[in-house]
Design a protein around this ligand. Structure first.
Ligand SMILES: *Cc1c(COP(=O)(O)O)cnc(C)c1O
Length: 394
C-alpha cells in the first residue's frame, strides 16, 4: 500500500544530499574535535563549516551559533539561561499562550522558582498583538520569548515589530524559529532577534541536533555544564555527523526556499480549498495569509481528530491532529483553545503539513479519501444526529 507523508511539522526524512554528506563522519572522520591529530582536525573543520552554513542562513556570525541536542534544548537554554543570568535585574518573562511546550513548560518550571510569567493571548487567527507585548513590559522584565511561526496552525508572528520593542526597552528577545527556518526569510539583525532556536529534524537533518543563535554581547548562563566545547558554553562532545547534517540541511532549505514555497503554497491552497468547499461544517484554523506555506489545519465539527487519523492511516495517509505531543494525550490542543475554539471543535482538528516532495496526486488522493471518512465518523456521532434533526426541524 502507498504511504503518503503529510506530517512534515512533526518531523522530516533526512535529505539524500544530507545523508551523503554526514556518512564519512561515522567511520572515517570519527575523531573527537577537541583532539589534535589529523582525523580530529577533520571533525573540527566540519563543525566550523556547519557553523558558517547555519549562521549564513539567518544573517548571523559563525561565532554566534551554538550547537545543541535539538529545539527543546535550545528553548530551555535561552529561557533558563536568561532567567539565571539576569535574576538580579528582574524575574519577569513575557511569552504567549501558543508556544511549543519546550517554551511553555520551561516557563512553568521557572514559575515554581519565583519567576513571574505573562502568557499573552492571541487573536482568532493566532496572532500576538504587538501592543499587548508593549503593555506587558515592566521594569523587571528580562525576556520576551515569542515563536516565529506556530507548529500547529502555522501562523507567522510579527517578529520584527516585537524585536524592535524589545530592543527599545533593553530586553532580551528570544524566538523559537524551529518551524520557520527554511520557510520564511529570517535576518536576526533586521529583526532585532537576540536568541533564536532551531532544530535539525524539522528540515531534513537528523533528530537530536539543533542550534541556538546567541547575539554577541548577550550573556546567558550555561544549561549543560562540563567540558569546554562550544566556547565553554555548551558542554559535551559534539555530535559531529548530526551537526554536519544540520549545516547542510539548513543551507539547502534556504537556497531552495523560494521555489519550494511556491510549489508548497499551491498544493496547500488546493488542499484547503478542496476540503472546505466539499465538506460541511469545517473551518481553517490559523491566519489565511500570514501562515507557513506548508500548513493546513482544519477543524471538523462533530468528530474526533484521533478517529480521523486512524482511518486516514488505514488509507496510507500520515497526518496529525494538533501536535505530536497533543496526540499522546486527551487534552485538546492549547493552541486551538487559545484561538477561541470550544473544546469539542478543538478535538476535531486535522493538521496536514506539506513538503516540496509532496505531489498534486497525493493531495488529490487525500481530497478523495477524506470526505467519506468524515461522513462515516459523523454518522456515528450523536451530536451530528442532533444537529441534523434540528436542521430538518427548521
Ligand atoms: C519540534 C519543535 C520543537 C522541539 O524541537 P526538538 O528538536 O524536537 O526538540 C520546538 N519548537 C517548535 C515550534 C517545534 O515545532
Amino acid at each position: 500500500m502507498k504511504s503518503i507523508y503529510f506530517d512534515n511539522a512533526a518531523t522530516t526524512p533526512v535529505k539524500k544530499e544530507v545523508f551523503d554528506e554526514i556518512k564519512p563522519y561515522f567511520m572515517d572522520f570519527y575523531g573527537n574535535p577537541s583532539s589534535i591529530y589529523d582525523i580530529a582536525k577533520e571533525s573540527k573543520k566540519a563543525i566550523d563549516k556547519a557553523r558558517k552554513q547555519v549562521a549564513d542562513a539567518i544573517g548571523a556570525l559563525p561565532e554566534e551559533i551554538y550547537f545543541t541536542a535539538g529545539g527543546s534544548e535550545s528553548d530551555n537554554w535561552a529561557i533558563k539561561g536568561t532567567a539565571d543570568a539576569l535574576e538580579k535585574k528582574g524575574r519577569h518573562i513575557i511569552t504567549t499562550k501558543i508556544e511549543h511546550h519546550a517554551v511553555l513548560h520551561t516557563c512553568e518550571f521557572l514559575e515554581k522558582h519565583g519567576y513571574e510569567i505573562t502568557y499573552l493571548p492571541v487573536d482568532e487567527f493566532g496572532l500576538v498583538s504587538v501592543q499587548d507585548v508593549k503593555s506587558a513590559i515592566r521594569p523587571d522584565t528580562i525576556l520576551i520569548s515569542v515563536m516565529f511561526a506556530n507548529n500547529e496552525i502555522g501562523t507567522i508572528e510579527p517578529i520584527a515589530k516585537i524585536g524592535k520593542i524589545a530592543k527599545e526597552n533593553g530586553i532580551y528577545f528570544h524566538t523559537d524559529a524551529v518551524q520557520a527556518i527554511g520557510h520564511v526569510n529570517i535576518d536576526v539583525n533586521e529583526m532585532n532577534i537576540d536568541m533564536l532556536s532551531m532544530s535539525g529534524h524539522k528540515l531534513g537533518a537528523p533528530k537530536g541536533v539543533g542550534a541556538l543563535y546567541i547575539r554577541k554581547g548577550i550573556k546567558i548562563s550555561n544549561l549543560i555544564h562540563g567540558g569546554a566545547q562550544e566556547k565553554n558554553k555548551r558542554a559535551g562532545t559534539e555530535n559531529v555527523p548530526a551537526i554536519v547534517g544540520l549545516g547542510k540541511a539548513v543551507e539547502i532549505a534556504v537556497s531552495e526556499m523560494e521555489e519550494a514555497n511556491k510549489k508548497i503554497t499551491k498544493l496547500r491552497d488546493r488542499l484547503i480549498e478542496g476540503i472546505t468547499s466539499n465538506i460541511s461544517n469545517c473551518r481553517l484554523n490559523g491566519h489565511p495569509q500570514k501562515r507557513l506555506p506548508g500548513n493546513a489545519n482544519i477543524s471538523f465539527e462533530f468528530i474526533e481528530g484521533e478517529s480521523m487519523l486512524l482511518l486516514l492511516n488505514m488509507k496510507g495517509i500520515c497526518a496529525s491532529s494538533g501536535s505530536a505531543c497533543t496526540s499522546g494525550s486527551l487534552d485538546p490542543s492549547h493552541v486551538l483553545l487559545a484561538i477561541g475554539l470550544p473544546h469539542e471543535k478543538a478535538h476535531g482538528s486535522l493538521r496536514i503539513t506539506l513538503s516540496k516532495d509532496n505531489t498534486q496526486e497525493e493531495v488529490d488522493y487525500l481530497l478523495k479519501e477524506l470526505p467519506p471518512i468524515v461522513e462515516r465518523l459523523r454518522q456515528m456521532s450523536p451530536l451530528y444526529e442532533e444537529y441534523i434533526k434540528d436542521k430538518e426541524a427548521v
